[in-house]
Design a protein around this ligand. Structure first.
Ligand code: SF4
Length: 393
């Protein structure tokens, strides 16, 4: 897999439960539940769904005492590190720490009383629990908004550095920080500026990104730009949608940048007047099938014609280039044979299973297509070997 060559910013290493954040550790993905946290069953169902989709850690809102009382069970049974989202209350923060959560999200500046900040910092330090400071354009201190005229990147960074200092003055250093903005250029500038002024790990996100239609684009550009520059240690895609979608998009951002090798990478042509079949339909069917498979990292390509299709299909681990009435199946760069249109999906899935088994047997996670495996399965029926099929008409 080709990786971005920009050197990664060196950040201090912290741990959220078993998940390392910062340093050389992989970029982690997080999301947040939308359930009422005091509904333990529903919250755990959502936490598990998020973890299954690839969330490395999950945040839960803790606005009330009832939510804090649910935390021991959720932290114990969540299966991934649980972060308690606290805003103002020292009491809820202390309850969350005692509940065994793996991280807190709070802004010490919101607590006002210096004694409370000290109390939380010392208790978190004693337990080895990190705190994420979340600076947000929408809730920036009024004085900073007045000073800068609006929530600029500089205003966000000034706020973040102040919040960091409130914890560090108590010797607390297990901190990560976000400076989220709904405006993508401002968000990018804020993280760039913050990255140049502190070594705390950075939690990237575009706040209030909106519905998937625009939120995915905003997040991909904002988070992706920074990651490509080597900035960022953990990400959260915020969407007005089921949080499972946030995790899927987060994974896709990391995979697109070569920062995560995880399951399949799906390549499909956009279709055009040359297409020999309904590429949208074929790609949708293939994607629906492979999403349910537990595949090692591999690339699968679906191409609509014999003009530009074979090149992409050959470069992928498994590929199909459609021709009239049939398609050419490729596996690990070799032509396997012609397959009738109505068998294309099944043939591709069968070939994917074979290649996946070979990748696993070789002990490899795959390298996105560079490895040529010996004996990549050659189907006889109904795949017609090259040169023996009827001429395409
Ligand atoms: S692969 Fe063929 S059908 Fe697909 S977009 Fe390219 S030219 Fe068109």
């Amino acid at each position: 897999m080709t990786e971005i060559t920009h050197e990664r910013r060196r950040s201090r290493l912290i741990h959220v439960g078993k998940v390392p954040v910062g340093g050389d550790s992989p970029i982690s993905i997080q999301s947040m539940t939308t359930t009422k946290t005091d509904n333990i069953d529903e919250t755990l169902i959502q936490v598990h769904a998020l973890a299954t989709q690839g969330a490395d850690m999950v945040r839960v809102a803790v606005p009330h005492e009832g939510d804090a009382k649910a935390l021991p069970t959720i932290a114990r049974e969540g299966g991934v590190p649980i972060i308690a989202d606290i805003h103002f209350s020292v009491r809820l923060a202390m309850m969350a720490l005692e509940a065994g959560v793996h991280g807190l999200r709070l802004n010490p500046g919101n607590m006002r009383n210096p004694k409370h900040i000290k109390e939380v910092a010392e208790a978190a330090k004693e337990r080895g629990i990190p705190i994420r400071i979340g600076v947000n354009a929408g809730s920036l201190d009024k004085k900073l908004v007045e000073k800068y005229g609006r929530p600029t990147a500089e205003a966000l960074v000034e706020s973040a550095l102040y919040e960091i200092s409130l914890l560090e003055e108590h010797g607390f250093r297990d901190i990560k920080v976000s400076v989220k903005h709904q405006n993508v250029p401002e968000m990018i500038n804020a993280y760039r500026l913050l990255a140049s002024q502190t070594d705390v790990p950075l939690h990237l996100g575009v706040t209030e990104a909106g519905t998937p239609k625009q939120g995915i684009v905003k997040s991909a550009i904002g988070i992706g730009t920074l990651l490509a520059e080597g900035i960022g240690d953990t990400i959260r895609v915020s969407l007005t949608a089921d949080p499972v979608e946030e995790v899927k998009v987060g994974k896709q951002i990391l995979k697109s940048l070569g920062l995560k090798e995880d399951g399949f990478d799906f390549v499909a042509c956009p279709s055009c007047g040359r297409a020999e079949l309904d590429v949208f339909e074929l790609a949708g069917q293939v994607e629906a099938r492979i999403e349910k498979m537990d595949l090692p990292p591999m690339q699968i390509a679906v191409m609509g014609c014999e003009v530009n299709g074979p090149g992409e299909a050959r470069d992928a681990d498994i590929g199909i280039a459609a021709g009239p009435g049939r398609g050419l199946l490729f596996s690990k760069g070799k032509q396997i044979g012609w397959v009738p249109h109505d068998r294309l999906v099944d043939a591709l899935i069968e070939e994917a299973e074979k290649v996946a088994a070979e990748i696993r047997a070789s002990g490899g996670g795959g390298d996105g297509g560079a490895t040529v495996l010996k004996g990549a399965g050659r189907r006889q029926d109904p795949v017609v070997p090259i040169g023996m099929g009827p001429p395409a008409d």
